[in-house]
Write a protein that binds this ligand. Structure first.
Ligand SMILES: [Zn+2]
Length: 337
């Protein structure tokens, strides 16, 4: 049995009154195709690869509830449906015991999440969409931005439907948009999960993506775009106990500033404090770029008990959730192109 349920476009009754009702009816990973005005072309909308990131599914539910016809045939792919639906709703990135689905889009496609990722890729491949957007949220305070494996007109143009910032990432994590790099594919981070502003970004951008007869993927974006490059992934070294608090705190090795996510996308100069290290605690960070080498000591340095930036950088995707920091990473450090 395929791990991905393939069905027809949902009727208003199937959609229900709320995204949660709809997710309950779907039950698991789902794919459906909505016929467009132009049946000869297609686009793809992917969302809920992370169950705790609701902006994309809210935007899809709202758009589909209008009964509008998209400009071209549109493939909708909903990933971690069960994790999203699990009470209290949009609380689980993935089900306990499962792997992060958006790290499974690469060989060997092992286990149930790998099989699902392979099925999603095969369906997208067969549809040959002219563009693909994958809608996400962050856990910290972030403006909306796009992420892609290449900086080109198509990706900047697609991102500009949602945001004015684009991150060119060469780090390979096994994300969908890495595997679908042959298409004009972008990951859109709509903003913080649960923030109505992030939902509004997703709704407006999705409407533009679905309504435009011609996305003009060869044209320059209508707005000036800020492009960030060469991100390194800054994570907590294994075994280091962290908190977003002031030191001293019991049982904490490394205390990060609790307002650290307010600095997302702000250029930091050398010497900017990141957090405080308890007496005798080990070096707390590991930072890896595309080549996988730990460059944390090139980017950060101890100044007494403080850990400060060693070079200018633009932090992005900073979180203030201990769970998110330990399960994924603290933030990415990039530079402006
Ligand atoms: Zn995500």
């Amino acid at each position: 049995m395929s791990p991905l349920a393939v069905g027809a476009a949902p009727t208003p009754a199937e959609l229900g009154a709320t995204p949660q009702e709809w997710l309950g009816r779907l039950g698991g990973p789902s794919l459906f195709r909505v016929p467009g005005r132009d049946r000869t072309r297609s686009r793809a909308v992917v969302t809920l690869l992370h169950g705790n990131e609701p902006s994309g599914i809210r935007a899809c539910h709202r758009w589909l509830s209008t009964g509008a016809t998209p400009a071209v045939d549109t493939l909708f792919v909903l990933g971690a449906v069960a994790a999203a639906h699990r009470p209290p709703g949009f609380a689980y990135r993935m089900l306990p015991g499962s792997r992060d689905l958006n790290r499974c889009f690469r060989a060997p496609f092992a286990g149930p999440e790998g099989a699902l990722a392979a099925a999603i890729l095969a369906a997208i491949d067969a549809a040959r969409p002219e563009a693909l957007i994958d809608l996400h949220n962050n856990t910290g305070h972030n403006p909306a931005y796009g992420v892609g494996t290449v900086v080109d007109a198509a990706r900047l143009r697609l991102t500009s439907l949602f945001a004015t910032r684009f991150v060119h990432s060469t780090i390979r994590l096994g994300a969908l948009t890495e595997a679908a790099a042959g298409l004009g594919a972008v990951t859109i981070e709509c903003g913080r999960a649960g923030d109505p502003a992030a939902d509004a970004v997703a709704c407006a951008g999705l409407d533009a993506f679905l309504s435009a007869a011609d996305l003009e993927l060869d044209a320059a974006p209508a707005t000036a775009m800020t492009v960030l490059v060469d991100p390194v992934r800054v994570a907590v070294r294994q075994g280091v106990r962290i908190a977003f608090a002031e030191l001293p705190a019991a049982g904490v090795d490394f205390a990060l500033r609790s307002d650290i996510d307010r600095h997302n996308f702000e250029p930091l100069l050398p010497g900017a404090p990141v957090g405080s290290l308890a007496a005798g605690a080990p070096w707390p960070l590991v930072a890896r770029g595309a080549d996988g080498e730990d460059v944390s000591r090139d980017y950060f340095v101890a100044d007494g008990s403080l850990i400060v930036t060693r070079r200018a950088m633009v932090p992005i995707m900073m979180t203030t959730s201990v769970d998110a920091a330990l399960a994924d990473c603290l933030f990415y450090a990039a530079r402006q192109r």
